[in-house]
Design a protein around this ligand. Structure first.
Ligand code: SF4
Length: 312
C-alpha cells in the first residue's frame, strides 16, 4: 500500500468530478441490451429533482455531465427542458441521452426545440478543444436492439428548423453487430451537416469492427444485458493496495485527460462512486434531512467508504 489513507483521500478530493444523472428508470422501451433494467413497468415516481441537478451542476470542480435514465423524456417536457438547460447553462459539457421516441408524441416539436435551442446557444463553445466536442450534445442509441430508434432519430431531424446545423453534436450508440447500419446512418446525418460521433458497443470480444469505430465503449453485462447474455463480463476487481483502488476509481475519467472521478446519481436518492466497468465502489444518500450535501463532502465520504470497503 503506497499511499496513506489521508493521501488517498486528498488525491480523490483534488479530482475533477463527472456527473451522471440517472433521472428515472422508467422507460418507454424495454431493450434487451439495457444495463439499467429500465422499462415501462418501473414507476416514474422516483426521479431526481431538477433542483438537485442544478445544485450539483453548479458545484466547483465539475467535468462533464450526462443526463440519462431510463428515458428522461417520459418525465415530461418541462422536466426535459429544465434538466437540459440547467446542466448546459452551468457551463459544463453536457450530453442528454434519449431514445427519441418522443418524436411520435403530440408535442414532439417542443422536445426537438429544446435540443435545437441549446445546440444553437452553445455553438461556439468548445470545451474540449482537442476533440472538438460541442458544449451540448444529444446521444441516441440506434440499431436493432433499440426498437425503431433509427426511424425516431431521423424523424427528429425533420423537426429541426435548420437542417444544416453544424453546431450539432450527435453521438450514435450501437452494438458492434450493427456497425454497417450505424455507418450508413452516420453518413445520412453528416449529409445534414451534423457532427456525428460513432460510439460502438462491444458485444463479442472477437468482433472485427473495433478498428473502424472512432470511439468504443463496452456493454457490461448488467441488468437485461446480463439476463440476455449480451456484452462482456467485467474483470473481477483486483484491489490490494491504495494505488489499485485509486486506478480503479480514476479509470473512467482518463479519456478526458484529467484526473477524474465519476459520480452516478440515482432516482432513489443515492449517489455512487463508479468505475468504467460500472463497478459500484461506494454509495451513500446524497441528502441529509432532505438537504443536498456539498459535493466535496460527498466525494470525501465516498472515498472513505471505498477505502473501508475494499482495503479493510
Ligand atoms: S437501453 Fe435505453 S431505451 Fe432501451 S430500455 Fe434501457 S434506457 Fe430504455
Amino acid at each position: 500500500m503506497s499511499l496513506t489513507k489521508n493521501d488517498f483521500i486528498s488525491k480523490i478530493k483534488a479530482c475533477t468530478v463527472h456527473l451522471t444523472f440517472d433521472t428515472t428508470f422508467h422507460c418507454n422501451m424495454e431493450c434487451p441490451i439495457c444495463i439499467a433494467n429500465a422499462g415501462p413497468k418501473i414507476s416514474k415516481d422516483k426521479n431526481i429533482p431538477t433542483k438537485d441537478m442544478e445544485y450539483y451542476a453548479n458545484q466547483p470542480n465539475i467535468g462533464n455531465i450526462l443526463i440519462t435514465g431510463g428515458e428522461v423524456s417520459t418525465l415530461g417536457l418541462d422536466y426535459f427542458r429544465d434538466a437540459a438547460f440547467i446542466c448546459a447553462d452551468s457551463g459544463h459539457q453536457t450530453v442528454i441521452k434519449t431514445n427519441a421516441k418522443w418524436v411520435r408524441e403530440e408535442n414532439a416539436a417542443d422536445y426537438a426545440d429544446v435540443i435545437y435551442q441549446l445546440s444553437k446557444k452553445y455553438n461556439d463553445i468548445q470545451i474540449l478543444e482537442k476533440t472538438k466536442f460541442a458544449n451540448f450534445g444529444v446521444d441516441i442509441s440506434v440499431g436493432k436492439d433499440h426498437e425503431n430508434s433509427n426511424e425516431y432519430a431521423l424523424e427528429f431531424l425533420t423537426l429541426l428548423p435548420d437542417k444544416n446545423s453544424k453546431s450539432f453534436e450527435y453521438n450514435l450508440h450501437f452494438v458492434a453487430s450493427d456497425y454497417a447500419e450505424a455507418r450508413n446512418f452516420q453518413r445520412n446525418l453528416e449529409s445534414y451537416g451534423m457532427r456525428v460521433n460513432l460510439k460502438g458497443y462491444i458485444v463479442s470480444p472477437g468482433c472485427n469492427v473495433f478498428g473502424k469505430i472512432t470511439q468504443l465503449e463496452r456493454i457490461i453485462k448488467l441488468g437485461r444485458a446480463r439476463i440476455n447474455n449480451i456484452g462482456e463480463t467485467p474483470a473481477p476487481l483486483a484491489i490490494k493496495t491504495t494505488d489499485d483502488l485509486l486506478n480503479q476509481i480514476m479509470d473512467r475519467g482518463r479519456d478526458t485527460g484529467k484526473e477524474s472521478v465519476c459520480l452516478d446519481f440515482y432516482p432513489n436518492g443515492f449517489v455512487y462512486l463508479i468505475d468504467c466497468d460500472m463497478n459500484f465502489l461506494a454509495g451513500m444518500r446524497y441528502k441529509e434531512n432532505n438537504v443536498p450535501m456539498d459535493l466535496e463532502q460527498i466525494v470525501i465520504r465516498l472515498a472513505e467508504n471505498a477505502y473501508a470497503k475494499h482495503l479493510r
